[in-house]
Design a protein around this ligand. Sequence first.
Ligand SMILES: N[C@@H](CCC(=O)N[C@@H](CS)C(=O)NCC(=O)O)C(=O)O
Length: 212
Amino acid sequence: MLTLWGNLESGNVYKVRLLWGWLGLPHRRIDVDQTRGEPATPAFRAVNPIGKVPAVRLEDGRVLGESGAILQFFANGTPYWPADPWEQAEVLRWMFFEQYSHEPAIAVNRYLRRFVAERSAFDEERLRHNHPRGERALDVMEARLAGHDWLVGEGPTIADIALYAYTRVADEGGFDLAPRPGIGRWLARMEALPGYFPMRQETAVEVLEFPS
Ligand SMILES: N[C@@H](CCC(=O)N[C@@H](CS)C(=O)NCC(=O)O)C(=O)O
């Protein structure tokens, strides 16, 4: 069976869980929690040297980190990774946008607001710095989704999964989606797909303590 290292509050981990849900792939989960600093420990770096979740272990023992790489690996050969090279490039364009222009602002502000009880002056400065960047990223998405059902092509792809995870909880980072109706309709479309489940819903057949 597939093994996933990660926790239920991580959008990056949720991306992998959601794709596996769509594909009907069962997994066991080893609970690695960033609020307890576990991804940075030597025990976890032995699994994934970058010290971040998610990481997954295939049935043959190979281990892969980075949510985008994991999404691409499992979507290959399915409708969620298009066959057309131009559409593949478009999927990657949105996924790189997510990692450089969206997640570092929206996910980081969510983390600081939701999980850091006593924020330092540096944290407060990061919140201020990130806010307009996150707003711009959401505007870029809205410009596409105001007139299209999906980020690429005519159906859902891993670009939609990659951007859904933290857009869905952007309000927890202080971002208001109400003025962006295209994003609102797209979120509802994602949530109507078979196999959908919300981020904090457990989907593993077994959950193990870390380290295990
Ligand atoms: N680029 C990575 C980012 C992963 C990431 O930032 N994971 C966070 C949890 S959402 C983490 O493990 N943080 C722990 C840390 O930075 O110490 C991916 O997409 O997988």
